[in-house]
Design a protein around this ligand. Structure first.
Ligand code: PRP
Length: 181
């Protein structure tokens, strides 16, 4: 790609590759929920909003969307893994078929916290969907739908950011180490 931003080392996933994997995930979800009256997709802000919007528009089964936002305690360099809720869902999920939609699982702290928190609210079913997962050890949390595994480097684009930049790139790229080092 000739117009790669100077902060970026290389493209890892092109827009076409990402979009065709999202179509595959949508077909898988449609098959799994063919008998469900409705599904609630819960996007984790902010990173998941791009994936959620593409996945939602691709899904051909009845569904609604809602959002939730969490924050890690402390800055990421000294985080002890604790997560707190900073924006809750608009509606109860009791007896609903719920899919948590995440952009990336890194340590797994966020997804593990949300899975546990939402399970307490007694949904009819609860599954997790993440477009990306880092190739590293993470918390033991079930991932039902996974798009891609990514190397354990700083990645940006398609929802993933560096200090809130590069989030809306249509591809996923590796950030140069000198940018964040
Ligand atoms: C990122 C990403 C995931 C989380 C994954 O969110 O969007 O939600 O980190 O990391 P973990 O598996 O180590 O918990 P971030 O806190 O950067 O917020 P953002 O989505 O608003 O950028």
């Amino acid at each position: 790609m000739t117009d790669l931003h100077p902060d970026l080392a290389r493209v890892l996933l092109s827009p076409d590759v990402i979009q065709s994997r999202i179509k595959e995930i949508a077909r898988q979800i449609e098959g799994d929920y063919a008998d469900a009256e409705c599904v609630v997709l819960i996007g984790i802000l902010k990173g998941a909003f791009i994936f959620l919007s593409d996945l939602s528009r691709e899904l051909k089964i009845p569904h609604t969307v809602d959002f939730i936002s969490v924050s890690s305690y402390g800055d990421s360099a000294v985080s002890n893994g604790a997560v707190r809720l900073i924006l809750d869902l608009r509606k109860p999920i009791k007896n609903e078929h719920v899919i948590i939609v995440e952009d990336i699982v890194d340590t797994g702290n966020t997804l593990e916290y949300l899975y546990r928190t939402l399970k307490w609210r007694n949904p009819a079913s609860l599954r997790t969907c993440t477009l990306f997962q880092k190739e590293r050890e993470s918390k033991d949390v079930p991932v039902d739908y996974l798009g891609f595994e990514l190397p354990d480097v700083w990645v940006v684009g398609y929802g993933l950011d560096y200090a809130d930049t590069h989030r809306t790139l249509p591809y996923v790229a590796e950030l140069k180490a000198e940018v964040y080092g």
